[in-house]
Design a protein around this ligand. Structure first.
Ligand SMILES: Nc1ncnc2c1ncn2[C@@H]1O[C@H](COP(=O)(O)OP(=O)(O)OP(=O)(O)O)[C@@H](O)[C@H]1O
Ligand SMILES: [Mg+2]
Length: 263
């Protein structure tokens, strides 16, 4: 299997994705499955990833022990080449560790079959990348809708879900715009809408603001914080301490291990 992140992970909609009906005076903001904060979402034990490159092995992850709780907003910082993207790919079921175990809810990602990993990726995990990875010929609505392909959903259901995702990221009025007609921040909002449209349990973000100026970065961080407040677990790897200041918990990946960031 390839460790390269897929630009548009397949996704599907679980029955819990349907928002509850609101009492007249109740505002329901969450579209994410209820995530009890007490149960660990991820449990990593002794996770090691070695890449064989010619005569030299590279081991960016060397016995990582880490627990991530549902509902957390966690950032992971660390030096370039330190293994942040490698770790995110393992959390995202895009790759398997060379040694150690990764439990994601009730699934052991380290020993799961390819088919199981594909299902986990497609139903429970959303991805966001620095480069947005939108399809330039498609509108914002169509780019988000791509994530609902092959779901067997009715057109009306898809339209409603895409509309809700675009509303959540504040782009309801840009649904018909193509990439070239959107600012960088708006493009990343579309990518986030695509990542959340199937109501995943976790959003994994690799340098989500790396291509944005400060103002747009802050807008995206506000949005991520709002999504987290709505119940979405977020794990973001970043070079930018401004991103880390928004987190519940700041971690550092250095020397192949994850540490609590004391800075
Ligand atoms: N598929 C691969 N094959 C071989 N080596 C790899 C592969 N992917 C990553 N590496 C190596 O593993 C190390 C960690 O890479 P990784 O991309 O995880 O670092 P990073 O912390 O995300 O870096 P950056 O901050 O620059 O994005 C690097 O030395 C990299 O060259
Ligand atoms: Mg990286």
């Amino acid at each position: 299997m390839t460790p390269t992140p897929t630009p548009v992970p397949e996704t599907s909609v679980s029955p819990t994705a349907v928002p509850p009906v609101a009492a007249p005076d109740t505002v329901v903001t969450t579209i994410f499955p209820a995530a009890p904060r007490t149960k660990a979402l991820y449990d990593l034990s002794g996770v090691t990833r070695t890449y064989r490159r010619g005569p030299h092995d590279i081991t960016p992850l060397d016995g990582v022990d880490l627990t991530l709780e549902a509902g957390e907003f966690v950032t992971i910082q660390g030096p370039t080449g330190g293994g942040k993207s490698t770790l995110l790919q393992l959390l995202g079921a895009l790759d398997r560790p060379t040694a150690g175990t990764i439990r994601f809810g009730d699934v052991d990602l380290s020993s799961a079959s390819d088919a199981q990993l594909t299902k986990v990726r497609s139903t429970r995990i959303g991805f966001v990348f620095q480069q947005f990875n939108l399809i330039p010929t498609l509108t914002a609505h169509e780019n988000v809708d791509v994530a609902l392909e092959s779901r067997g959903l009715s057109r009306a259901d898809r339209r409603e879900r895409v509309g809700e995702a675009l509303r959540k990221v504040g782009l309801a009025d840009r649904a018909g715009h193509r990439q070239g007609e959107l600012s960088g921040g708006q493009q990343q909002r579309v990518a986030i809408a695509r990542a959340i449209v199937a109501s995943p349990e976790v959003l994994l973000a690799d340098e989500p603001t790396g291509n944005l100026d400060e103002a747009m970065r802050d807008e995206i961080l506000d949005l991520l914080q709002q999504l987290n407040a709505d119940g979405l677990t977020i794990v973001a790897v970043t070079h930018d301490s401004a991103v880390a200041t928004r987190a519940d918990r700041r971690l550092r990946l250095d020397g192949g291990k994850v540490h609590v960031d004391a800075s």
